[in-house]
Design a protein around this ligand. Sequence first.
Ligand code: NI
Length: 128
Amino acid sequence: MRPALGPGAAARGGGGAAARDKESPRAPLRCRPPAVATVQVEDDRLRVTRWDFAPGAETGFHRHGWLYVVVPLHDGTLHIEFPDGTHATAELKAGVAYSRPAGVEHNVVNGGAAPLSFVETEVKAWPG
Ligand code: NI
């Protein structure tokens, strides 16, 4: 089962940059492979999931019910789609963490040509 939660849309605290672009056309309809989620730790207070993305792989749209922290394992580029049709690009740096609050909704796609992985820690103590 795929966890309901995925990576953040933009880096915080120097982890990268994101810029929404309302003018660009929507991506054409296409079939993307799913990112692979592996839950490594879960208890009543947190869940730690490793996400592995082939080039072009996506999480699928999801809403984050908890605050979360992402630690990229590689440098890479995420393409992020939002429910209102806008999208953004976020540059990931290996080992540079970022966090996002509960309530974020998005679909996250590996926008690069190489595989991309990160570890996401969701904190159940801070639901949105
Ligand atoms: Ni997400």
